[in-house]
Structure formats: structure tokens, C-alpha cells
Write a protein that binds this ligand. Structure first.
Ligand code: NAD
Length: 556
């Protein structure tokens, strides 16, 4: 294992160049916006198109598990197809077995004894090298994301950018917290005390399909940079980026067995990770139903930690004092970006009765102009849904919407031309549903926005909060009092006022820490924020009694 020599004098330069921090200021990757600001959009389009062509010859290959630094090829595998055209076979991934899970956990457990003792600055060097590779491969990774998740090119790149941000931000957090070691007050003249935050052990990281780079890499980064080891299980709909990330980390110098990559069904591989007594903690992002099950199972095991980031039913309020153009733009982005498949997707819009007609008219006009199609195409706004289950859910919800409310836009699947081979649907708007309708209560995870008219501001706020979820929320108003009341009373972990880039979506690492209240999360501490890393650490208070001679030396 490479142990690097580290010259203190060059530390600041090193951190500044690699983690993009100066005086602890962290800078987001933000690829498209930065190129766009300097009129270099054509570079983005060209590099993305080239990357699409570059990855095509790799379609259909067989992928191994990565355990203890080695390729492991079990007998059974599953076919990984693209949601934009199910005739495209992206690859074959192993259906991991209980034996594979055990091997991965044992390797991670063995390596914990080494990894936990490595100075955090050494860990940061490996992170820095990995970040460099991810940046160099970001168009390639984005191209894979488009094919495996159906994200358009801008959303795919944002996913990778966010992953890079997580790696850099958590690294910068380690630096600014000096590795989470701090001298404390001495209780007696003869004592020297300090607080040392130490890793727990092996973490099971279980990620969802919708942010294959950001969430998979973000959770792994949190666990690894703090000295824990990892068994990673990505979603079966989007496993490629997790594989590529593990390879990048290994190439960057991460010792074999510190990060183990294992694919297979949630019920077998995921469940075996959850049931193992050798797993110290689970970092999970996914649905409430699976997250609750993981929390329940973990509660049966003493001292098992769970960081669970779960679903949302995110509301937005459009008051009579709103700028309607801004509201329409922000709500379109929030409700229909990545086909409504973000945990932060805007799903309920409470609109004041005086502006509802005007707002709705503009929203429908804009919605009907959104381009649904192949996400590889640069003009596409909405790509496909992730799989056949989401596709049938959309059709089921559409029938409920027509039966109990009034459908104002969309509602149909799209099967024209090549789209018939993927899971394409229209963005849909429905109004007039009773408050207790399923579409207003449950997380749908498809592009459906429910509009509800309101009269009194307090009633709108009450309806926003009348949900088991509390992830994100937004408001459009120019009235200061309404903004103040909203910010004071809304029950959500991430809130936005008058945002056109997304009514309830689009948090940036280091700027808007991201975590849910109520049933949307278990810890109350957001990813990409300053409280996140400490969740992977346990405090040890260390006191050493010093000899009299040393006490005297200290005094002089
Ligand atoms: P999911 O819950 O179906 O799956 C998530 C992961 O859990 C997958 O890797 C899956 O294989 C695994 N899994 C399934 N059954 C399991 C079991 N019995 N034991 C252990 N693991 C199991 O979620 P999804 O459909 O992939 O993702 C969408 C969900 O994720 C939505 O609810 C969304 O709101 C949520 N999400 C939340 C956030 C957040 O930050 N709060 C971010 C993204 C997505």
C-alpha cells in the first residue's frame, strides 16, 4: 500500500489546487453553467456527443463484482437494458449471492483495521487522485448515466458534477476540521485532553437508481474519507457508475477491500447486508418503504446506525403576490425535470384563487411545449421513465387523475417512432382532486403535478404540512410577510423562495445541505452540509496524565 510523504509547507497549495478551496471556500464543479458563462457551450455538446460514441462499443459486456480488490464473477447474472430503448443491452451484472455478500463484508471488516489507522491526509491524497480521474472522465460517466438512467445530457452532467462536489466538499470538511481531532480544556494541571472522532467500522451503502453518481459516490465518500470501509450495493437499474467509481478509487490507490462493489437484488444482496451483524452502519437512500424496513431491522440489532434519506411529497405555494413567470418556470423545472423522478420533485402546487386561472393557463402552455424524447438529443427536456414498473404506475395514476380530478395536460404514454421501445410519457397536470386523494398524498415518482386552489395563506401552509413527508418545499411571492411566515412554519428540510431553476429541486453541495424532516429522513442532518461527516464518526475523549517535568516544560 502506498503511504505518501506529506510536506506540511505545501499543504495549503495542495488543498487549494485539488479540492478547489482557498481560505476554506469550496467551489462547485457546475460544468455546463461555467462553459455557458464563457460562451463555450459548443465544447460541452461536442465532448458529450463524442463520449456517447466512445461508450457504445462497450455495450453488452459482462461486469464482475469487485471484492477485496479482485474481480469476482459469480455464475448468475442479470441483463441491464436502457430505459430509452430496451433493445439496447448495456451489460450483464452479477446476481450476487449470500456467499458473495459475506466475502465482501469480511474483506471490508479486515481492511477496516488498516484503513482506520491511516492518517486522514493520506486518505485525502487518494481522494484527490480519484477526483482528478472523475473530472477527466466526466463526459464518459455522463454518457453512461444518460443510457442507464434516461437523464438528458444536462441532468446527467449535473449528477456527475454533484459527485465531484461531494468528494471535494467532504475532503475540505476533513481539512477544516483538522481530521476531527481537537484539543479540549484540561480538567487538572496534570492532564492533557483531546477529542478524537473515530470511524465505526464497515458501512453498507445502498443507493437508489435516480442519482447513480451523486448519491452512490456521495454516501461512499462520506464513509471512506472518515476512515470507515464500505460494501456498496447500487440499484439494479443503474449499476454501471458504481462499478466505474469503484475501479477509479482502486486505481487512485484505495487498498483492495476498503470499498467492495456488489450487485444483485435488493431482497437478496441488500437484505443480507442489512441482516449482517458485522455491519456497523447503513447509509441508505431510497424509498420510504425500504428505508423503514432497514430501520426496523437495524433497531433489532444493538448499536446499528442508520442514515436513511427517503422520499418526498414536495409542495409549492404560489400566492397572489407571485411573479407568475418565475413561478411557471420554477415549477416546470421542479415537477418535470428528470421526468419527476427526483426525491425533491415538485408534486403539489397550492395556488391562490386570484391568480390560479392565469398561472394555470401559462403553465399548460409551457408544459405542452416541453420536448419528450431520446435524452441523447441535446434539445430533449424529458427522457424516459426508469422501468416498466414506473411506466405502469404512470398509467395507473393517470386513470385515477381522470376519474377524481380534471387532467389539464398530458396523461398519455408516448409511443411514436423509436419511443415505443422505451418508457416515455407526457408531463401531466391535474387539478380538482380531493385533499385525501392518493395523488396528493403518496410519492408518485413520475411527472405528475397536482394543482390545488386556495383562498387563505394559512390554509395553504397547513395543506403543505399535512403530509407524512418533509423533504423540500417552495414558495413564489413578493410579499415579505408571506416569505417570513413560510420560512417560519414550513415543515421541510430544504426550502426555496422564488427560485426559477427549480421550485423544490436542485440543491448544490456546500450551499444547500440536503436532508428530509419527518418521514423523509432519519437523522435531520443533510448531505453536502457541515453536519454530515460526523455521522460516520464516534467521539473518543482521550486524557493523558503528564509527568511533572513535562508540566513544568509546558509552563515555560
Ligand atoms: P428503492 O427503495 O426501491 O431502492 C433503493 C435501494 O434499495 C436499491 O439499491 C434497492 O435494490 C435496495 N433495496 C430494495 N429492497 C431492499 C431490501 N429488502 N433490503 C435492502 N435493500 C433493498 O428506491 P429507488 O426506486 O431506487 O429510488 C427512488 C426512491 O429514492 C424514491 O422514494 C426517492 O424519493 C428516494 N430518494 C431519496 C433521496 C433523498 O435524498 N431523500 C434522494 C434520491 C432518491
Amino acid at each position: 500500500m502506498a503511504i505518501f510523504s506529506f510536506k506540511q509547507a505545501r499543504l495549503q497549495d495542495f488543498y487549494a489546487s485539488v479540492f478547489r478551496i482557498s481560505s476554506m471556500r469550496f467551489e462547485n464543479e457546475d460544468t455546463f453553467r461555467k462553459l455557458s458563462r464563457s460562451n463555450k457551450e459548443s465544447i460541452f455538446y461536442k465532448k458529450y456527443s463524442d463520449a456517447i460514441e466512445d461508450i457504445k462499443p462497450q455495450f453488452g459486456r459482462k461486469y464482475p463484482l469487485l471484492i477485496d480488490g479482485k474481480d469476482v464473477m459469480p455464475g448468475n447474472s442479470f441483463k441491464h437494458t436502457s430505459p430509452l430503448d430496451t433493445r439496447i443491452i448495456l451489460g450483464y451484472f452479477p446476481s450476487g449471492s449470500l456467499k458473495d455478500v459475506k466475502y465482501a463484508i469480511t474483506s471490508a471488516s479486515k481492511m477496516f483495521e488498516i484503513w482506520r489507522k491511516i492518517d486522514y491526509q493520506e486518505r485525502l491524497k487518494i481522494f484527490a487522485s480519484a477526483v482528478k480521474s472523475i473530472v477527466a472522465k466526466k463526459f464518459e460517466l455522463s454518457a453512461w448515466i444518460t443510457f442507464e438512467s434516461g437523464k438528458n445530457r444536462f441532468e446527467a452532467m449535473s449528477d456527475v458534477d454533484e459527485a465531484i462536489d461531494f468528494m471535494r466538499y467532504y475532503s475540505s470538511e476533513m481539512v477544516s476540521n483538522k481530521g476531527f481531532v481537537a484539543d479540549t480544556k484540561s480538567a487538572r494541571p496534570s492532564e492533557r485532553s483531546k477529542s478524537v472522532m473515530k470511524p465505526y467500522g464497515v458501512w453498507g451503502i445502498i443507493s437508489p437508481f435516480n442519482f447513480p453518481a451523486a448519491l452512490t459516490i456521495g454516501m461512499c465518500a462520506g464513509a471512506l474519507v472518515t476512515g470507515n470501509t464500505v460494501v456498496l450495493k447500487p440499484a439494479s437499474d443503474t449499476p454501471i457508475v458504481g462499478y466505474l467509481f469503484t475501479k477509479i478509487m482502486m486505481k487512485a490507490g484505495l487498498p483492495g477491500g476498503v470499498l467492495n462493489f456488489i450487485t444483485g437484488s435488493g431482497n437478496i444482496v441488500g437484505n443480507a447486508i442489512v441482516q449482517s451483524r458485522m455491519i456497523a452502519g447503513i447509509a441508505f437512500t431510497g424509498s420510504k418503504v425500504v428505508g423503514d424496513m432497514i430501520s426496523d431491522e437495524s433497531n433489532k440489532l444493538k448499536s446499528r446506525l442508520v442514515i436513511a434519506e427517503l422520499g418526498g411529497k414536495n409542495p409549492v405555494v404560489v400566492t397572489a403576490n407571485a411573479n407568475l413567470d418565475n413561478a411557471v418556470e420554477g415549477i416546470i423545472q421542479g415537477a418535470f425535470g428528470y421526468s419527476g423522478q427526483k426525491c425533491s420533485a415538485t408534486s403539489r402546487a397550492y395556488v391562490h384563487k386570484d391568480v390560479k386561472q392565469d398561472f394555470t393557463k401559462r403553465l399548460i402552455l409551457r408544459t405542452n411545449k416541453l420536448l419528450v424524447g431520446n435524452p441523447v438529443n441535446s434539445k430533449t427536456f424529458m427522457g424516459p421513465l426508469i422501468n416498466s414498473t414506473a411506466y405502469s404506475n404512470y398509467q395507473k395514476y393517470s386513470r385515477i387523475a381522470s376519474r377524481y380530478g380534471k387532467v389539464l395536460a398530458g396523461g398519455k404514454i408516448k409511443r411514436d417512432g423509436d419511443l415505443k421501445n422505451g418508457f416515455f410519457v407526457e408531463p401531466m397536470i391535474v387539478e380538482g382532486l380531493p385533499h385525501d386523494n392518493l395523488l396528493l398524498k403518496e410519492e408518485l415518482f413520475v411527472p405528475i403535478l397536482c394543482i390545488v386552489e386556495y383562498d387563505k395563506f394559512d390554509e395553504a401552509l397547513e395543506q403543505c404540512n399535512k403530509s407524512e413527508y418533509g423533504l423540500t418545499a417552495g414558495i413564489y411571492t413578493d410579499n415579505k410577510q408571506e416569505i417570513e411566515t413560510f420560512l417560519q412554519d414550513i415543515q421541510a428540510g430544504v426550502v426555496y423562495v422564488n427560485r426559477t431553476s427549480g421550485a423544490t429541486t436542485g440543491a448544490m453541495v456546500g450551499c444547500q445541505s440536503f436532508g428530509g424532516w419527518k418521514a423523509s429522513g432519519t437523522t435531520g442532518k443533510g448531505t453536502g452540509g457541515s453536519y454530515y461527516l460526523s455521522q460516520f464518526l464516534q467521539e473518543q475523549s482521550q486524557t493523558i496524565v503528564v509527568k511533572r517535568s513535562e508540566q513544568r516544560k509546558k509552563k515555560h
